[in-house]
Design a protein around this ligand. Structure first.
Ligand code: NAD
Length: 292
């Protein structure tokens, strides 16, 4: 007797995640803005809905995966939104990466309608979504986490309740800080190695076996080598995340001396028209600064 699922937001991440739930036996009704993504859901065995209201009406659990806080607010609030149309007693799991405060406010508003909320942003990228090995960082109540755990198990591998509402988002903000700084360091090493005339493939292989090794280097090695910046994870989204972590760190009085520089480098790439590229395109910024 599996819960009935509604899925809102079937993009790079949402589509493969929803498909993993279908593979695990769940009945999934979805809504998203692009018709081709709705067709893809139907082809995978899900049901395409014509609106958010239609998608969530009979759902026991509503999962959302949209770009940022304004989109979460747009799909949650208002007469056509989730809170107005989902059943009282439903569980809303927002897996988008948004500001912790938006998650806290959403949980409060939803409670007035008898709807429970978890913030459950993820890390692991498109590959992690497809392979169902995401890290899922959760904020909310233990009982709701326990109820959602079988769903999370169908989507990810490392699944942790981090604390109350908003905590998942705070941990995700830290994740994005680490990833951006890591990509920037790798990008600087790539330009340095190439300008020095060292074979890049050999260098990256041996680096990845030592303390310099990382998931970023493993996953983004080919993007660096081939200058393949097809997303993946768009610079626009990482710019949003650097804004989230910068604001949250300022609020609690944590210094980000290197993170704030990398946030500026991400912003600069975006200003130069590279917002739609994968975040491994931080390499482009280093090349420009190096006169390449
Ligand atoms: P995406 O742009 O590919 O997909 C977003 C989806 O949201 C689109 O299909 C769009 O139709 C839908 N959407 C937006 N507004 C909507 C609305 N009002 N009603 C219904 N649907 C709406 O983005 P993505 O890469 O899948 O990222 C989604 C979230 O996951 C973001 O918060 C991102 O930061 C986070 N994330 C992405 C990755 C990654 O590698 N791409 C990894 C981890 C986390």
């Amino acid at each position: 007797n599996l819960p009935k699922i509604a899925w809102i937001g079937l993009g790079i991440m949402g589509s493969p995640m929803a498909e993993n739930l279908i593979k695990a036996g769940y009945s999934v009704t979805g809504f998203t803005l692009e018709q081709d993504k709705l067709d893809r859901l139907a082809k995978a065995g899900g049901t395409a809905a014509a609106s958010i209201a239609e998608a969530v009406r009979d759902a026991d659990v509503v999962l959302t995966m949209v770009p940022a806080s304004p989109q979460v607010e747009a799909i949650a609030y208002g007469p056509d939104g989730i809170l107005e149309n989902a059943k009282s007693g439903a569980l809303l799991i927002d897996m988008s990466s948004i500001t912790p405060q938006t998650s806290i406010d959403l949980a409060k508003s939803a409670a007035e309608k008898g709807i429970r909320v978890l913030d459950a942003p993820v890390s692991g990228g498109e590959a992690g979504a497809i392979e169902a090995v995401l890290s899922i960082m959760v904020g909310g109540d233990q009982a709701d986490f326990d109820e959602a755990k079988p769903l999370f198990d169908a989507l990810g591998k490392t699944i942790v309740l981090c604390g109350p509402h908003g905590s998942g988002q705070t941990v995700k903000a830290a994740n994005q800080l680490i990833v951006a700084v890591n990509i920037q360091a790798c990008a600087e090493a790539v330009v340095f190695l190439e300008k020095s005339g060292v074979d890049l493939a050999a260098a990256l292989d041996v680096l990845n076996g030592g303390l310099a090794g990382s998931t970023v280097l493993t996953r983004k090695k080919d993007n660096f080598k081939n200058r393949d910046f097809k997303p993946g994870f768009r610079i626009d989204l990482h710019h949003k995340d650097m804004g989230i972590v910068t604001d949250a760190a300022r609020t609690v009085g944590a210094a980000l001396p290197v993170g704030s520089v990398v946030a500026n480098l991400v912003a600069s790439l975006r200003a130069q028209g590279d917002g739609g590229l994968d975040h491994s395109a931080l390499l482009r910024g280093v090349e420009r600064l190096s006169g390449q």
